[in-house]
Design a binder for this molecule. Structure first.
Ligand SMILES: *Cc1c(COP(=O)(O)O)cnc(C)c1O
Length: 367
């Protein structure tokens, strides 16, 4: 049996209504900041539960533009997670600011208790990463934000529809950042991103920032970027958005199924699943003994397991200038040695999930 990691070949293989919508759209020529984009933004905001949403050209820009809007500039510090995907850190360094890392805990998100130590006079923002589908402890983090008057931009790129006590990712802080990259839970056929906010002033500034700072065709109000969400991709997004809740539901169902099966296997440890947290499982990760051998064994048996990520971002070559050394973030390091990701997406069959469990069981049998 084969269990592939990417389901993209399946996801859009049979969608005649979408093709019809695209055909109709192409005939309108409404390609730039077009009507389908406005529809998408309205429905995205409604889905997440914010007043506004703004389509931008990537998840990275969905982080960068709000940071720019609140005045992050060269020399400033922005606190974020030591184990995140490079894009979070890239959004910070693109503005010339310095990423200040904080270690994670066993939910893969920032250990919020370690943040206050890292706050300095230069700290301009905090970007918690709702990593793998979990949410950062936003109850504690918002208290820190209020105490120090530091704004927060939530990197919710991996956590669309995740929540804590029914309050969704992207609604807690000044802004939420989402990615529509093909491999994200809600995806389009190219790059794309969305910012969510309840703040009208920020909303208006983001509208300018994503479109060259243009107030209208002839008035350049501020220095901006070209970071519009492609209206063609908004047509794809409009087709997919009504499926968002059922996609999350299916992933959660599959993850719980795997949790039940894998928790019986010695050698595998299921991460904490805190009560009151809705985890949407962009990634399904467990801790494993003999990880590298297990990983190879899975590949050999047709299961496309992954490791997110074998080397934390803080130890990557590009960020050497921050002068960190191995051991600075012990939990991120420990995770890097033990984590392994398995497919748990909405297109998997029960047979495939059973096969994953069976192969892992077999691997540990004589160890
Ligand atoms: C995907 C992702 C982003 C944004 O990536 P884009 O490819 O620019 O859409 C940002 N942060 C995290 C944690 C991500 O997984």
């Amino acid at each position: 049996m084969k269990v592939r990691y990417s389901y993209l070949k399946q996801q859009f293989s049979n969608c005649p209504e979408l093709w019809l919508n695209l055909k109709k759209f192409v005939k309108t020529g409404d390609f730039t900041l077009g009507k389908p984009l406005k529809t998408f933004e309205k429905n995205f905001a409604k889905l997440i539960g914010t007043k506004y949403s703004i389509g931008v050209n990537s998840g990275t820009d969905a982080i960068k533009l709000p940071l720019k809007a609140i005045g992050v500039k060269p020399g400033d510090e922005v606190i974020t997670a030591a184990n995140t995907f490079v894009a979070t850190v890239g959004a910070i360094t693109e503005l010339g600011a310095k990423p200040v890392f904080v270690d994670c805990d066993d939910t893969f998100c920032i250990n919020v208790d370690l943040i206050e130590k890292k706050i300095t006079k230069k700290t301009k923002a905090i970007v918690p990463v709702h990593f793998t589908g979990y949410m950062t402890n936003m109850i504690k983090l918002m208290n820190i934000s209020r105490k120090y008057k530091i704004p927060i931009i939530e990197d919710a790129c991996q956590s669309i529809l995740a929540d804590i006590k029914k309050k969704k990712a992207g609604t807690w802080a000044l802004a939420g950042s989402f990615s529509l990259h093909p491999l994200k839970n809600i995806n389009v056929w190219s790059d794309g991103g969305v910012v969510t906010t309840n703040n009208q002033a920020l909303y208006k500034k983001l509208l300018l920032l994503r479109n060259h700072g243009l107030l209208d065709r002839d008035t350049v109000e501020i220095c901006g970027f070209n970071s519009r969400l492609d209206t063609f991709q908004a047509v794809v997004g409009n087709w997919l958005l009504p499926q968002a809740k059922s996609i999350a539901k299916k992933r959660i169902y599959n993850a719980k199924y795997l949790d039940r099966k894998l928790s019986k296997i010695k050698g595998i440890k299921i991460p904490k699943r805190p009560k009151n947290y809705k985890i949407v499982f962009h990634l399904y990760i467990v801790f494993s003994k003999y990880r590298d051998e297990l990983y190879k064994y899975c590949l050999k048996n047709g299961i496309e397991a992954k490791i997110h990520y074998p080397k934390p971002i803080y130890r990557q070559k590009a960020y050497k200038f921050l002068n960190h050394k191995k051991g600075d973030f012990p939990v991120a390091d420990e995770h890097a040695k033990k984590i392994i990701s398995f497919p748990c997406d909405q297109h998997l069959t029960k047979n495939q999930l059973d096969y994953i469990a069976k192969i892992i069981q077999k691997f540990y049998k004589n160890r």
